[in-house]
Design a protein around this ligand. Structure first.
Ligand code: AHN
Ligand code: ZN
Length: 331
């Protein structure tokens, strides 16, 4: 008789435990589905139009009318989507000693929320197609449909979605100026500095809000080419491996593993490095760079082929949805 009580007790325990686990698993399953549903609201059609609108202004090279128009557009769109917008205007010194007038554009959602996520991209375009196969084009500015416009377009579409459905965290979207004025291949012996990432360097040293910080940052760069592949970038892994893991796992869960490759890529000097070094915010870079290809970057990179013919909605969708999934998942 005496064995009956413990057996009954054991059975109850077993059932209640497995029941509990099952409920929890179901809950997290339906949570993930709900987050995936929110993320799927990202519209590639909309992002494509945001890309084209920027390109239609002409190359957004600091000092030009197209640059002014492009910046005004990004700023007005962020306001239209309900962000508090701050513009930082600054004169910056180029690799060759020349000074350019530039502007970082910052859009903040739920500005009072201390729990923040930073999303960023550069909005200026390269003044010279110094990688173009035809040397006659080396001094011609590029459209920057991928290198500039695509990432800003994805972030604008995310801003539009955030206005409709707010995530728990406050989101800051920063469009950095003067990323792409690195010394061109035909003028490399001048000055000691690479010349890239000037706008982000300025912001990281002089943030728009005193002592600004965020849980983490995600930089997007060249996220629109049909054949884009995003490998795990070296500095992102060094300083923010947990964010890389989160983003690549989210992409896989959404079926975007074709774009987000689960392998190491190169070490790329980009805006995220300024944020890591000068603001100590763990920041990752989602960038089209294939370590197995000859140049690494896409074949259009810093050539006149970086135009609208090289922008694909499937890629914009994969990146936009993945980033949205990550920000809606964050508590
Ligand atoms: C370098 O080529 C050193 N960095 C690439 C950063 C970049 C340029 N991203 C877009 N254009
Ligand atoms: Zn570039």
């Amino acid at each position: 008789m005496s064995y009956k009580i413990p057996l009954l007790f054991l059975l109850c325990l077993t059932f209640s435990c497995s029941g509990g686990t099952q409920t929890k698993a179901k809950q997290s399953d339906s949570n993930s589905q709900e987050i995936a549903r929110k993320a799927s609201n990202f519209s590639a059609d909309s992002a494509f139009i945001f890309t084209k609108t920027q390109v239609d202004f002409g190359p957004r090279v600091p000092g030009t009318a197209a640059h002014k128009a492009g910046g005004d557009f990004l700023s007005a769109e962020l306001k239209r989507f309900g962000a508090d917008v701050i513009e930082q205007e600054m004169d910056l010194k180029l690799y060759n000693g020349n000074i350019i007038h530039t502007r970082n554009i910052i859009g903040s959602f739920q500005s009072e929320n201390k729990n923040r996520i930073l999303l960023c991209a550069h909005w200026d375009t390269r003044p010279f197609a110094d990688q173009d196969p035809n040397s006659a084009n080396w001094r011609t500015p590029i459209d920057g449909a991928n290198d500039g416009a695509s990432a800003c377009a994805v972030l604008l579409e995310i801003a539009r979605q955030i206005q409709i459905e707010q995530p728990q965290a406050g989101i800051d979207i920063i469009f950095f100026d003067a990323e792409d004025w690195g010394a061109p291949a035909f003028d490399r012996d001048r000055g000691g500095r690479s010349g890239y990432c000037l706008g982000s360097e300025y912001w990281a040293k002089n943030p728009h809000v005193k002592n600004y910080t965020a849980r983490f940052g995600i930089l997007l760069d060249m996220v629109g080419a049909p054949d884009a592949v995003f490998y795990k970038e070296y500095y992102s892994m060094q300083h923010a491996a947990h964010i890389v893991k989160k983003v690549w796992e989210s992409a896989a869960a959404l079926g975007h593993g074709r774009f987000f490759i689960n392998a190491m890529g190169g070490a790329i000097e980009d805006d995220h490095l300024q944020i890591i070094q000068h603001r100590q915010i763990p920041c990752i870079n989602i960038i089209h760079y294939d370590p197995h290809s000859e140049i690494g970057f896409g074949s259009y990179w810093h050539t006149l082929n970086d135009n609208m013919d090289n922008v694909c909605k499937n890629t914009l969708q994969a990146v936009g949805e993945t980033v949205m999934y990550v920000i809606y998942k964050e508590q």
